[in-house]
Write a protein that binds this ligand. Sequence first.
Ligand code: DC
Length: 226
Amino acid sequence: VRKGLIITIDGPAGVGKSTVSKALAGKLSYLYLDTGAIYRAVAYRLHSLGITESDEELLKFFFEKTKITLDNSVSHLRIFMDNEEVTDKIRTEEIGFAASRVSAVPIVRAALLKIQRDMGLKGSVVVEGRDMGTVVFPDADVKFFLQASESVRTRRRYDELIMRGEVVDYKKLSENMAVRDKQDQERTIAPLRPHPDAFMIDSSGISVSEVVNRMLDVIEGHLNRK
Ligand code: DC
């Protein structure tokens, strides 16, 4: 496949976006950009500074003063807030939840929009998040929206957290994920929803490689039409 495209993958928590995006980017030798990680890094830092999402003035000050650095030169995205590397500290479900809350604040979304666009607009990239196709890269070449049943998504996230060594209560996780998705879908700014042009893929009963193969077919079709 020729280089240069911007490919977006949106969808709710636990749908397999990261796994699929990484695999697809690998197949295409593209860069992979995990935008959820940026929201998580901000949530992590705000939490440790004791700044809540209702502190508008403090939030503005925070984004003026904080240097957010993304390093995509290795196989995964490394994130630094000022000089602290937060890459491995942001993967808990607690931070995911905090990221969802913080991400509903317009100041936060505005501050992160440019960072995401700067990285993505160079092309040859698979970008993953909630509003990639609708807001951040509305002119992307190929857009996907991943879906999966709630039970499949909870199970996937549960297994992922257990693998990381976290202590997880399945029922609580399931409730948390439902609240988080509702929050992401119902916020006024950049809510989670498929772009009308997005290819919908339900990953419930199919393997990662099958999802990736379907995506490659769509991309191939796109290139042949051009
Ligand atoms: O994909 P994730 O679980 O790492 O994302 C964490 C939260 O960040 C998610 O619940 C909502 C927010 N987010 C967002 O609002 N927009 C994005 N493009 C990516 C994530």
